[in-house]
Design a protein. Structure first.
Length: 222
């Protein structure tokens, strides 16, 4: 098993935030930028496209699972994700960029009544801790508007306003006083948001002033 902090060759960067915050677009852009800068980047998302992930996506539209079943499914999905993709990529020295990770389980299953600290502890027995969590913080009311306009659908149960407000609260509480987190203001144009998000990501990868690329970045933090 790979160590939880330090000592591993790669870097684990996670983007979190409520539905409708524009995460997927920002993750795509960040992956492109890092590739252009010469990093080996592996991008992935949770829920994954594996069997557990598919089951979870289906349940969002066809009827929600019980909280116990849902929690179990997210953990199994992540266990598989860590074993098959995340851990091997970190060992190779890649930058792993994730659209959601276990902080989403803390927030989304937390608002269904599951114990937030317990969820974290259960995940951290097997899931590598990130080097950086970029929390895209966004106004839930704007998120709801954006979801209904862009998808042309009625927000699903995950996406109702009061849920999003509660989810956002857990994200912000989790970020509080944790140096791994950067709260990125998600309001503004996609370009403005990307400016902030990419600056935060690059400050992890290029910790020394004047650090010019992946090799320097790696030796600097090695
Ligand atoms: P999302 O990233 O929004 O995927 P898509 O863009 O395909 O809709 O994730 C789907 C939903 O899953 C989202 O509402 C958040 C939820 N979710 C949890 O409830 N717990 C978790 O641990 C994760 C990773 C996601």
């Amino acid at each position: 098993m790979i160590p939880m902090t330090g000592g591993r060759a790669g870097k684990l960067i996670v983007v979190e935030g409520i539905d409708g915050a524009g995460k997927s677009t920002q993750v795509r852009r960040l992956a492109k930028l890092l590739l252009e800068r010469g990093y080996s980047v592996v991008t992935s998302r949770e829920p994954t496209d594996g069997p557990w992930g598919r089951k979870l996506r289906e349940s969002a539209s066809s009827g929600r699972m019980t909280i116990d079943d849902e929690l179990h499914a997210f953990l199994e999905d992540r266990r598989e994700h860590v074993a098959t993709l995340i851990a091997p990529a970190l060992e190779r020295g890649d930058v792993v960029l994730l659209d959601r990770y276990y902080f989403s389980t803390m927030a989304y299953q937390g608002i269904r009544g599951a114990d937030v600290a317990g969820i974290r502890a259960a995940n951290e027995t097997f899931a590598p801790r990130p080097d950086l969590v970029l929390l895209l913080d966004f106004d839930p009311r704007t998120a709801i508007k954006r979801i209904s306009e862009s998808r042309g659908d009625v927000p699903n149960e995950f996406e109702k306003l009061e849920n999003l407000e509660a989810i956002r609260r857990i994200f912000l509480e989790t970020a509080q006083g944790d140096a791994t987190f950067r709260i990125v203001d998600g309001n503004g144009t996609p370009d403005e948001v990307f400016e902030r998000l990419s600056a935060a990501a690059l400050s992890l990868l290029l910790p020394r002033e004047g650090g010019g690329g992946p090799d320097e970045g790696r030796t600097a933090v090695g």
